[in-house]
Design a protein around this ligand. Sequence first.
Ligand SMILES: [Ca+2]
Ligand SMILES: [Ca+2]
Length: 455
Amino acid sequence: MERYIAAFVLLGLIQFSSDSAQSREDDAFSLGVLTTGLQYPWEISWGPDDYIWVTERTAKRVTRVNPIDGSKEVAVTIDEVIQNVAQDGLLGLAVHPELGKGSGADYAYVAYTYLGQMGLRLKVRRFSFDSARHTLEDPFDIITELPAHDDHLGGRLAIGPDEKLYLTIGDQGGNWLQNYCNPNLAQELPTAGEVQLQDWGSYQGKVLRLNLDGSIPVDNPSLNGVQSHIFSYGHRNPQGLVFGRDGALYASEHGPSTDDELNLVESGKNYGWPQVAGYRDGQAYVYFNWSASEPESCSDLVFSTSEVPPSVPSETEDSWSHSDFQPPIQTLFTVSSGYDFAAQGGATIAPSSLGVYTTREGGIPGWADSLLVPGMIKGRMYRQQLSADGSSAVGEPVELFRTANRYRDIAIHPNGRTIYVATDNAGRTTGVTGEMTQVLDHPGAIVQFHYTGQE
Ligand SMILES: [Ca+2]
Ligand SMILES: [Ca+2]
């Protein structure tokens, strides 16, 4: 592993800021820039070929980055990707763990928006990696016509130890901002007839589980007596999805103005949205169903998060319950009903993704096992310690890696000593001193935080 450390020195060290007792863990890290010139990198994954695989959301291409010198090779550009707004384009990527190992499973899977039969849709496409040419060939669509919209798309992909594909789909922004007159379907489940017709319209606000050919696994949960691709439901905008030890699946999810969630995702569970944000605690959140406004039609109303007309039906968290409800294992952050959003600002970090740290021998002392949560509206990463069995959070999240960047995704070197973080090209974040800024330190890059402390 010495070669990685030597390469890091060649790339040069850049100081980054840390302050306060909360950031003391930062002292054991130095910041470098592995590569720049990426166009909205969205997914970065450490591949079985020891390259970092990157999706560039707006450039519509998969790029492989050499972690030794930061050089880049484009594996494929996908021309049919549609990219018009802040959340669409080429999104998730999952590299088969057997790629290049001689088993024949030389596959990479990507999720992206494209023009479907009825407008913008999401699909998952499989490619085969040509190890001689270093390109992705033989495109094969494993599932198409999934919901897509201009907000809350989800789009994160993961392969489980069970050799199934997992895909997050957001709630498409129903009842929120520009989509306030669209119903929110995160609690809606498909009928047997819809599944038969391959009508995936109710897959909004779900985590899906697919066979590698796109078919429905026989052991997926039966929900209201119907088996579909749905693995879990009641999600808002899950953009982080990662497998920890022993096959535990974790997701991060954007909250509304509070209550970004870290969830342990289990088969058939209901994660509560839109009736519940975070815990079912009745604090600082009420579900307003703008789309059901009457007698005034929703289209005659002006959306507001603070002034809700009486014609809009409301539902408190306390008035809702469900036998399969599963609360988050942690929130970032929960505030009380007296919290003044106008004066104090939103209590979210905008969690763009999720990593899990499991390295024991030779890794960062005390970090196994932790969830690593990159923030966009906060230029920080948060580390959440997990319990020994991985089923709960221990203590509060620790803030790390404070810079003026919008952190988008995380990859971890197999030796556990370098954390790679992809950054957005533009946008707002909370800078080093806590002020909002649009001047970003490392736009469109992969930055690396190298652990310099004792093992
Ligand atoms: Ca939830
Ligand atoms: Ca709540």
